[in-house]
Design a binder for this molecule. Structure first.
Ligand SMILES: [Zn+2]
Length: 263
C-alpha cells in the first residue's frame, strides 16, 4: 500500500505454511477450518495464518478509512517459515528488493492479552526468541546381531546419549527488558505470586515458581514457541514447552555440543 514516502516502509510479515499434522490426533479435519463452540479448528489457526489475516485487515481498514500514509505498507505472507525459511524469507530477501527498504517489520511472537470481558489489558511485544538447536549424535561401539547383544552396542550408547539430552536444563538468563515486563505486570497478579513477578530473577530461584511457570500462560510468553528442536508429529501449539526466558548463549555455537562424549 502506497504512502507519501516521507518515511521508510513498514513490513507486515506473517507465514502461511504450517507444521505437519497427524489427522488421527485431531477432533476436526485440520484443513477444513471448522468453527465449533466459538473456536476455529485448523492447523495454522494460531501459527500463523491468523496474523496474516490481521495484517490483511489492517490494509483493508486503512483503505476504507482513507488514511493518508507517511510510509508504504508492505504485506508479506511467506512460505517455508517452519523449516528454516530457505524457500521463503531467505529467497524473498534476495529476490524482492523492496523488502530491504522496510524500516522495521512486525512479525509473529506475542499476544494481545484480554481480561475476562475481552478488553485488552496489555499488548505484548517479544524482542527475541529461543533459537533452534539441532544435535547430531554419533555413537561408536561393537556391532553385532540382535540375538547376541553386546554391552557396548552403539544403539545402547545412543539411547543413553539421547536420554542425557532430554535431561539437560537450559540455563535461564533474564534480560533487562523481560525483567521490566514482569515487574510491570506484577500489580495485576494474585497476591500470593505478586512478589515473584516484581523481581522475576529472585522468583525463579523458587522451584515452585519455576514449576508454576510451566502452567502459567503469561509467564511463558517469552519462552514459548520456536525453541523446540523440531515439531514432533501431533505436536500442538497449545501444549506449551517449558519456560525459557532466553536460550543459553552457548547454544549459539552448537558444534561445541556435537560429537562430544556424553556425560
Ligand atoms: Zn509461526
Amino acid at each position: 500500500m502506497k504512502g507519501s514516502g516521507e518515511k521508510r516502509p513498514i513490513l507486515l510479515l506473517s507465514h502461511i505454511d504450517v507444521v505437519p499434522v497427524e489427522k488421527s490426533q485431531w477432533e476436526m479435519d485440520p484443513f477444513e477450518a471448522v468453527i465449533k463452540d466459538g473456536y476455529l479448528y485448523g492447523r495454522g489457526a494460531l501459527d500463523d495464518k491468523s496474523m496474516g489475516i490481521v495484517a490483511m485487515m489492517v490494509l483493508l481498514i486503512l483503505k476504507r478509512e482513507k488514511v493518508s500514509l507517511k510510509r508504504d505498507i508492505l504485506f508479506l505472507a511467506a512460505a517455508d517459515e517452519e523449516t528454516g525459511g530457505k524457500c521463503g524469507i531467505e529467497w524473498l530477501l534476495k529476490n524482492v528488493p523492496s523488502l530491504e527498504k522496510a524500516e522495521y517489520a512486525l512479525n509473529e511472537g506475542s499476544y494481545v492479552i484480554c481480561d475476562d470481558t475481552g478488553v485488552p489489558t496489555r499488548y505484548e511485544l517479544s524482542n527475541g526468541q529461543k533459537v533452534l538447536f539441532q544435535l547430531k549424535l554419533k555413537a561408536r561401539g561393537t556391532s553385532g546381531h540382535a540375538s547376541m547383544p553386546t554391552p557396548d552396542n552403539p544403539n545402547v550408547t545412543l539411547v543413553r546419549g539421547l536420554e542425557a539430552v532430554t535431561r539437560w536444563e537450559t540455563r535461564l538468563h533474564v534480560l533487562p527488558m523481560v525483567k521490566e515486563y514482569f515487574a510491570k505486570i506484577a500489580p495485576k497478579q494474585p497476591p500470593e505470586i505478586r512478589q515473584y513477578f516484581e523481581d522475576v530473577e529472585k522468583g525463579l530461584a523458587h522451584q515452585a515458581v519455576r514449576k508454576r511457570a510451566d502452567i502459567e500462560p503469561h509467564l511463558q510468553c517469552h519462552g514459548q514457541g520456536h525453541g523446540l528442536p523440531d515439531h514432533p508429529p501431533g505436536w500442538n501449539k497449545s501444549e506449551r514447552d517449558p519456560f525459557r526466558i532466553h536460550s543459553d548463549p552457548r547454544l549459539q555455537n552448537p558444534s561445541r555440543y556435537v560429537e562430544r562424549p556424553f556425560p
